[in-house]
Design a protein around this ligand. Sequence first.
Ligand SMILES: O=c1ccn([C@@H]2O[C@H](COP(=O)(O)OP(=O)(O)O[C@H]3OC[C@H](O)[C@H](O)[C@H]3O)[C@@H](O)[C@H]2O)c(=O)[nH]1
Ligand code: MN
Length: 371
Amino acid sequence: MAPKQVKSFPSVPLKDELDIVIPTIRSLDFLEVWRPFFEPYHLIIVQDGDPTKVIKVPDGFDYDLYNRNDINRILGPKASCISFKDGGCRCFGFLVSKKKYIYTVDDDCFVAKDPNGKDINTVEQHLLNLKTPSTPFFFNTLYDPYREGADFVRGYPFSLREGVPTAVSHGLWLNIPDYDAPTQLVKPLERNTRYVDAVMTIPKGAFYPMCAMNLAFDRELIGPAMYFGLMGDGQPISRYDDMLAGWCSKLICDHLNLGVKTGLPYLWHSKASNPFVNLRKEYKGLFWQEEIIPFFQTLTLPKECDTAAKCYVELAKLIKEKLNHIDPYIVRLADAMITWIDAWEDFNPPAEAVPAVANAKKDTVPPKKSK
Ligand SMILES: O=c1ccn([C@@H]2O[C@H](COP(=O)(O)OP(=O)(O)O[C@H]3OC[C@H](O)[C@H](O)[C@H]3O)[C@@H](O)[C@H]2O)c(=O)[nH]1
Ligand SMILES: [Mn+2]
């Protein structure tokens, strides 16, 4: 029986283990309030929209900034799988990172305070979530047993107390909740003021609406499944980037016996996007998900799929085969999922593959970097 994981967690930044990925089409002024927590880390900024627009990065941050021209130059034809004019472009940052962990956060999110009035270091809590096991096979009613002051409750099987590695840590949001457009329209003034002091494993077999606003994951375990789809400009759907990644990554985590946690940390989501614009972007998803989610719920992957990348390729084939009747877009999406894996393996060669750089387009002009 493995000893219980360390409960308290050093607050020393793990700069060599984690990159912070930020998609932006607006401004990076929000970084000022995150400076105490983010400054030690390398930022990967994915600038969406007009590449000629100059986006200022506040001084003192270590960053790479990639705009659409950089993405096109670096990925060549494979850039076609990266969304344009949708926050899903962030997955380019997941691809080019070399770190074990990713934390991705939206540019309208700010530091929240816990009930004691203390600023919440989301990076630290996500790392704690990812570095302690998950318990997907049997629900612990006192929530995360690896947290300070908690444990497995009576009746919890000892054979399961070692848990499984955690692949995804899904944080939450105070103030503006991540509602879909219809809910936003009928509840425009609703604000989330409820701070729930809990982290829990999402049980095996259960799916969830993964929001990328405050999300961290283990690139080595589940990175290939964190593709944010073909969304935005030129596509019939948007704002389902993180939902697609959530369905795919949860199916694959369940198949590979990896864990997904949701709950702490919270951040403060400041800006409600326009619900009418959102409705136009996401309405097809409201219909399609009623068929796509049962597809995921009844799917089993072959046991030969023993890595996230192999699972993802198989999943793309099944989506193309079983869901193409929904809309011709699904075929393009499935093909883009394969392109994503090809690009992923150019940058992150499987153990037995040749060094990846040979395949990836030489990046003659480096992205804008911190000074
Ligand atoms: O065309 C775009 C639009 C946005 N972004 C960046 O994506 C982040 C989220 O954008 P925004 O805050 O406007 O959207 P929300 O409705 O609040 O976010 C939810 O829906 C979209 C995403 O899935 C997000 O994760 C959800 O929380 C923000 O950083 C924008 O700058 C973009 O790059 N391109
Ligand atoms: Mn937002």
